[in-house]
Design a protein around this ligand. Sequence first.
Ligand SMILES: NC(=O)c1ccc[n+]([C@@H]2O[C@H](COP(=O)([O-])OP(=O)(O)OC[C@H]3O[C@@H](n4cnc5c(N)ncnc54)[C@H](O)[C@@H]3O)[C@@H](O)[C@H]2O)c1
Length: 325
Amino acid sequence: MSILVTGGAGYIGSHTVKQLLREGFKVVIFDNFSSGKEELIVGGQVIKGDLRNREKIKEVLASFPIEAVIHFASLIQVGESYQNPQKYYHHNLVTSLNLLEAMLENKIMKFIFSSSAAVYGLPKKIPIPENHPLSPANPYGQTKFFVETMLQDYSRAYGLQFISLRYFNAAGADPEGQLGEMHEPETHLIPNILLTLLGKKEKFYLYGTDFPTPDGTAIRDYIHVTDLATAHVQALKKLLHQEIHADFINLGTNKGYSVLEVIRQAEEVTGLKLNYLPRPRRQGDVPILLASREKAEKKLDWLLNHSDLSTIIKTAWEWHQKVSF
Ligand SMILES: NC(=O)c1ccc[n+]([C@@H]2O[C@H](COP(=O)([O-])OP(=O)(O)OC[C@H]3O[C@@H](n4cnc5c(N)ncnc54)[C@H](O)[C@@H]3O)[C@@H](O)[C@H]2O)c1
């Protein structure tokens, strides 16, 4: 039996594929390579296809012995989702609908979903527990919320077993140097700082210096991508071996760093000085996002091994210095 990984050629997907293979799982990657890269394929069988094509994903699920699906494939830019919500509903919602339909047709009933802290919107409580009210503040977050709603309905009506993993800020790179982050355009903080320090980006804009935080910059919860990958393997093992029907689990550290703290840490790791340009806050940016990680530790037997800020930045720095694609 194999595990289907949609978006397995992307940042978080590729790190998860690496761990799945290491744990002895057979993997089928389904990716349209819109943002995924050949260079991030470390093994498994690769099928090039787009989840918007319902017949294609049905054909794949009918021809491989798939036991469970891990669904990473999605568009991920919050800003773009404001400008072009239709694109996000097609790419993130229709794709998930197609995938679930193909799964039901082939009686594949185990599903892990890449959700996001974006489902919570403006937090009423910090750290954010999983039972916090859901009120996404942007179309990207809405698409994640709608898929979660669909999953609950499918679980109740058809017996789908799922775990929705709500990631906070994924960061860092494979400690063995094989994989890392490379989005185009890059909208994430740490790669943007490092690419500017390397001279691969001209300017670094610091969005928001008047948040109600100690230094005025936004505080986020950064989780190392390898720890995220481990959480997926743990979630998969639980789905395969335990009677889990429906669960929502945060993946974060419960520790936050402001943008200025991240810049300082990056300067320390690299020995370089960042010149940044302050800019107004971006639409929908909240002052502080921190995950409660109690549930993940308890339910997934999951421990953080790489998620201190210094390891996150060191691994990302090694990756960005050597990567040329
Ligand atoms: N990076 C983060 O900090 C973060 C935080 C919260 C949630 N997430 C979620 O994690 C998942 C992975 O994010 P990532 O940072 O690895 O993104 P990524 O862009 O690196 O990976 C997405 C992958 O999906 C593929 N893909 C996109 N649309 C597709 C389609 N229609 N059909 C087939 N393949 C398609 C892309 O080619 C790419 O390989 C996404 O669902 C994202 O919403 C990411």
